[in-house]
Design a protein around this ligand. Structure first.
Ligand code: ARG
Length: 456
């Protein structure tokens, strides 16, 4: 392929080893958009005539249509998406096509394409995260005021609403959305015009080209611009974080769907059977999502390891950024989509969660708070209730079955109204602080999220 200084053909092995078109063809729409904008920059600089620019634009749009119709043959011998498109353009329109690569290198071209690709993928993923949040809010609303135990160390801690538990994930996903927006903003500067590493002696109006491509500005150091893949790392981290959040939710769902918990029922459409055990109904979507989050983390690690030892500026190693990037985008998109569908088909088993939440031990902290409200220092109250818990276990007697005298045997601060503390409903009503799960707070948050999500 290379004429000029080479006397020998590239070895077939090297060609196969070095080609990237088998995966970077996915950049075609952004490559073409970048080339059209570049041609307009060349026109403005007087390198192309209006007629040549039009030929180029028309030719490129024709190639894009052919690719989209499956009528374009990418050739491995032409190495990558950039050269496939440029070679075909020149084949179709002749000399004007051969002028397109003026003041440009594949180094600034691929960096531009990758930023455009990430930008549009962020927009898609953001919508999928929103849809996932909406599915969680809808499932939380369907659950109504169902109470369940909240856990620390996977030991029953205090009662919460099922809705409050699901809304925790809505908060996590909200942070992910803002990370995506942040990443999008930082990557939205145009490297094109940086050339191979030192710009060009042919001066184009980079800001004009950038505005055509929807960039907010242009990069300020040509050497940095062609070798910078921070934006890929940031995007892969953000995707990994979403994956990790989905993985945590997966773990909850897997536990909840077990016979031991039986807190939720998953729809038949989102579970699978066993080839051997006829009774099984497995939460595969959650398990796969927990598993796939591992490879999202792996892709982030690949990228970081890829760039850590690179001297300035562009090195061919950077071609290895694309497969992890594409894989993470595909994986998280599929996971968000299928997970939202599964959550829409998930029902809470109120009888089970409320039976578990009726464990009087869950109100031990409320009893300590009761004593605090009557002037007992918390550390002392904690100890009193600890002894009361031990007594309850030894006597096999729930708090609710104890007499006032029994309570007073542990502390004189107990009065007849202590019994009102032992009611889950009252306990929930009492959790009024910001962020805590009182019924009103949870209703307010549901309304808040419904509002936020309906406006995006
Ligand atoms: N396929 C290459 C990549 O993804 C395009 C840039 C090639 N540049 C070069 N100097 N060989 O990085």
């Amino acid at each position: 392929m290379w004429k000029g200084r080479f006397a020998q053909e590239t070895s077939a092995l090297v060609q196969r080893y070095g080609e990237s078109v088998s995966f970077d063809w996915r950049l075609y729409a952004h490559d073409i958009a970048g080339s059209i904008a570049h041609s307009k920059g060349l026109l403005k600089a007087g390198i192309l005539t209006a007629e040549e620019q039009q030929q180029i634009e028309k030719g490129l749009l024709g190639i894009r249509a052919d690719i989209e119709n499956g009528e374009f043959e990418f050739k491995e011998a032409l190495e990558d998406v950039h050269m496939n498109i440029e070679a075909e353009l020149t084949r179709r329109i002749g000399p004007a096509g051969a002028k397109l690569h003026t003041a440009r290198s594949r180094n600034d071209q691929v960096a531009t394409d990758a930023r455009l690709y990430c930008r549009s993928s962020i927009d898609t993923i953001m919508k999928l995260v929103r849809a996932m949040q909406a599915a969680l809010v809808e499932c939380a609303e369907r659950g109504g005021d169902t109470v369940m135990p909240g856990y620390t160390h996977l030991q029953r801690g205090q009662p919460v609403f099922f809705a409050h538990h699901l809304l925790a994930y809505v908060e996590m996903l909200e942070r992910d959305t803002s990370r995506l927006a942040d990443c999008r903003q930082r990557l939205n500067v145009m490297p094109l015009g940086s050339g191979a590493l030192a710009g060009s002696t042919i001066i184009l109006d980079r800001e004009y080209v950038a505005s055509l491509l929807g960039f907010d500005g242009v990069t300020q150091n040509s050497m940095d611009a062609v070798s910078d893949r921070d934006f890929v790392a940031e995007f892969l981290f953000t995707i990994s974080m979403i994956g990790v959040h989905l993985s945590r939710l997966s773990e909850d769902v897997i536990l909840w769907a077990s016979a031991e918990f039986a807190f939720v029922t998953l729809s038949d459409a989102h579970t699978t059977g066993s080839s051997l055990m006829p009774q099984k109904k497995n939460p595969d979507v959650a398990e796969l999502t927990r598993g796939k989050s591992a490879r999202l983390i792996g892709n982030l690690m690949s990228l970081l390891a890829l760039i850590k030892g690179l001297p300035m500026t562009y090195n061919r190693d950077l071609q290895e950024d694309k497969e992890p990037l594409f894989d993470s985008i595909d994986t998280i998109s599929a996971a968000l989509e299928v997970f939202a569908e599964m959550v829409s088909g998930m029902d809470v088993n109120r009888a089970r969660t409320e039976a578990a939440a009726a464990d009087p031990m869950l109100l031990a902290t409320d009893l300590a708070d009761y004593l605090v409200n009557r002037g007992v220092p918390f550390r002392q109250a904690h100890e009193v209730i600890g002894k009361l818990v031990a007594h309850s276990i030894a006597e096999r007697k729930p708090f609710g079955d104890m007499s006032l005298e029994e309570f007073q045997g542990f502390s004189q601060a107990f009065k007849a109204d202590v019994m009102s503390c032992l009611n889950v409903k009252t306990a929930m009503e009492a959790r009024k602080g910001i962020g805590a799960p009182s019924p009103q707070n949870v209703r307010d948050r549901l309304a808040h999220w419904r509002d936020v999500l309906s406006s995006c």
